[in-house]
Design a protein around this ligand. Structure first.
Ligand code: C2E
Ligand code: MG
Ligand code: MG
Length: 630
């Protein structure tokens, strides 16, 4: 179709005008699919005018590119909007292949086009369409959709038409990429504050909301922290199995929620552990009666899968401001009250916190474990778990994980002693021991010709922010002569609870010395989102909970995709933790995760065992790890 020079000039200025409008919209912080809809509709209308088309529509792919859904259509009076709003790849493969392989798909006569024949027969039936021209909307994650122009009369589309439609599609890429990015950021943010199983708040949200309330109301606030636990939880698990347990937890969570006043704050913080912060008017008798009423309501049977569950709850209470000054202390004190009463042999327990309990608890923990002696007697060990590159499965490094060879209790995992080490302060000495060991191991590998391997170490927030940490790292570089680039320091998101200016400063100082920083258990912690925005970090480790569900749960998959895309756009390295199956590995590789760590390749093993494998690698010193025999 010939166009006059005047016509072309006018079209180009219209295009620029549209571009400007879109750009303005896309820059807005509160951009939402709804807010951008009108602008897109106007764009389609203008495209119809410029392209002399009768119908212009935008179609978007789903995450797996298996379906294409109509997003928005402008249709001239003579034609209707498409009669089908969703196309499925399994039923229209040639068409999906055609759009996947060509930047622009130009069809003069739809009746004779092979790929279009694979569309459902009624797709064109409600409109007299004969020609179409479509261009892919190419987004950062691949082809995200299509811009499609259709005409009633047969049309031999020109090269100029193709250039036009491709430019319009590029404008759309910009808008949809921005929308996606905002949606992902929201998802990651939501994730940090929601308990995925029940959909209620998690501990992070609880801590933040309660502290906020305390901060705002301070002297006018009287409240109680309740740490609740279901007494019959083990029986629920054995009778109902994992799925039934999950659904019963949802029902229980909803019931607890409904019994407390609306202004209480409620979260699930461990499998069957719930915390509640509820206000009271400083009348203890009245509060006690209210609590008795709630507990009797909770005792009413719950029906799950034709089982009637009769449940009772134990709880510990701590009071604000009598016992505690913020939500951390509140949760901790209420839990201590519950635990100390249980230790005294009470099964169904309602215990109110007393300060003496804390001292007892601390003393018991300390003497029971005697961590200091463990350090003196050299009872700690490092186990190493390999990290392999995606696709090639080449070993790039290991994570060092601490174990305690306890004289009476046998080999202890970190869960048994790290939190005690944190409360007693011994975590600093333990952390220093871990880093020193790791440095010596780097040197040994260097001598064995394995100098390319990195070691990741876990550093507790308290240690990371301690004023001795930088000097200690400096001493390590001097004493062991290591290349700091080989040591990766893993910190969890919880570090951000502390003063974030201090965290930012500490991160940058550690990086200036040449060490890399990795965020462990990403997505589960306090403020995943803040981390990525605020701190420049080298690596993100996606938490096992998302990896475990990546094949079965589309939400987890979407979260992993969101984290990977975000990390990639910020030039961060990504590692997936807890990969146990081939299916999980495949998914992560498809999604473009850089590195994999998990039982699929190897459990954490003692150094001798790891070295044996590494040296047995058929292409030593290029280490391709065979799978560990089951
Ligand atoms: P993390 O740093 O997230 O370490 C990963 C944990 O997941 C390890 O547990 C590892 O054994 C386990 N794991 C790895 N792959 C798989 C898998 O495929 N399936 C399953 N089910 N689990 C897998 P571990 O060794 O018990 O360590 C637990 C946590 O203790 C670590 O989590 C880390 O936060 C902490 N930790 C370990 N070593 C140290 C240390 O030296 N210092 C400090 N402060 N914390 C440590
Ligand atoms: Mg770790
Ligand atoms: Mg982890």
């Amino acid at each position: 179709m010939e166009r006059s020079k005047e016509e072309l000039t006018e079209f180009i200025s219209r295009m620029q005008e549209q571009q400007q409008k879109l750009f303005k919209q896309a820059k807005q912080l509160e951009l939402t699919p709804e807010s951008v809809r009108d602008v897109l509709y106007e764009l389609c209308e203008n495209i119809a005018l410029i392209m002399k088309a009768d119908r212009v529509s935008i179609w978007l792919f789903n995450d797996d590119q298996t379906t294409l859904t109509e997003h928005l259509t402008y249709a001239a009076d003579s034609v209707a909007i498409p009669s089908i709003q969703q196309l499925d790849a399994t039923h229209a493969l040639p068409y999906f292949e055609a759009i996947g392989n060509n930047r622009v798909n130009s069809v003069e006569n739809i009746a004779t086009n092979k790929a279009l024949q694979s569309l459902p027969t009624n797709y064109f039936s409600n409109s007299p369409i004969t020609s179409l021209l479509e261009a892919s909307i190419i987004m950062s994650r691949g082809i995200g959709g299509l811009l499609c122009c259709e005409t009633v009369t047969t049309r031999n589309w020109s090269k100029l038409d193709e250039v036009f439609i491709a430019s319009f599609a590029d404008m759309l890429s910009f808008v949809f990429d921005r929308l996606n990015r905002l949606e992902m950021e929201n998802r990651v943010h939501e994730l940090a504050y929601t308990d995925l199983l029940t959909g209620i708040d998690n501990e992070n949200a609880f801590v933040e909301k309660v502290n906020d309330k305390i901060h705002k109301m301070e002297h006018e606030l009287y409240g109680a922290f309740l740490y609740m636990k279901i007494d019959q939880f083990t029986s629920i698990q054995s009778v109902l199995g994992p799925e039934g347990t999950k659904s019963s937890l949802k029902v229980i969570a909803n019931r607890i929620r409904s019994l407390f006043p609306d202004n209480s704050i409620f979260a699930r913080i461990a499998f069957d552990h719930f915390v509640i912060f509820t206000e009271h008017d400083n009348d203890h008798e009245k509060s006690k009666r209210a609590m008795e009423h709630i507990l009797s309501e909770l005792r009413k049977p719950i029906l799950i899968k034709s089982h009637e569950l009769f449940l009772t709850f134990s709880y510990g209470v701590s009071l604000y401001p009598e016992h505690v000054k913020d939500s951390y202390e509140g949760i901790h004190a209420a839990k201590i009250a519950l635990d100390s009463s249980r230790r005294m042999g009470n099964r169904k327990t309602r215990a109110v916190y007393e300060p003496l309990m804390f001292e007892q608890w601390e003393e018991e923990m300390h003497s029971e474990m005697n961590l200091g002696k463990g350090l003196d007697m050299n009872e700690f060990r490092l186990y190493y778990q390999p990290q392999v590159e995606s696709l090639s499965h080449k070993v790039t490094g290991v994570e060092a994980l601490i174990r305690w060879q306890h004289p009476d209790k046998g080999l202890l995992l970190p869960a048994a002693f790290i939190s005690i080490a944190e409360t007693t302060g011994l975590i600093i000495q333990i952390g220093e021991w871990v880093v020193s060991e790791a440095c010596q191991q780097l040197n040994r590998w260097e001598q064995m010709g394995l100098g390319a391997l990195t070691i990741s170490v876990n550093i507790s927030p308290r240690h990371f922010l301690h004023n001795s940490f930088l000097q200690f790292l400096n001493d390590c570089i001097h004493n062991y002569g290591i290349n700091p680039g080989k040591l990766i320091i893993e910190i969890t998101e919880n570090v951000a609870i502390e003063d974030s200016n201090l965290v930012e400063l500490q991160i940058s100082k550690v990086q200036e010395m040449g060490f890399s920083i990795s965020i462990d258990d990403f997505g589960t912690g306090y403020s995943a989102f803040i981390y990525l925005k605020r701190f420049s970090i080298q690596e993100v480790k996606i938490d096992r909970q998302f990896v475990t569900q990546i094949e079965t749960d589309s939400k987890s998959r979407a979260i992993v995709r969101a984290i990977l895309t975000l990390a990639k756009s910020l030039h961060m390295h990504t590692v997936a933790e807890g990969v146990e199956t081939e299916g999980q590995l495949k998914r992560l590789e498809e999604l473009g995760c850089f590195e994999i760590q998990g039982y699929y390749f190897s459990k954490p093993v003692p150094i001798e065992e790891l070295n044996r494998w590494l040296l047995a690698s058929p292409r030593f010193p290029f280490l391709y790890l065979p799978r560990l025999p089951a």
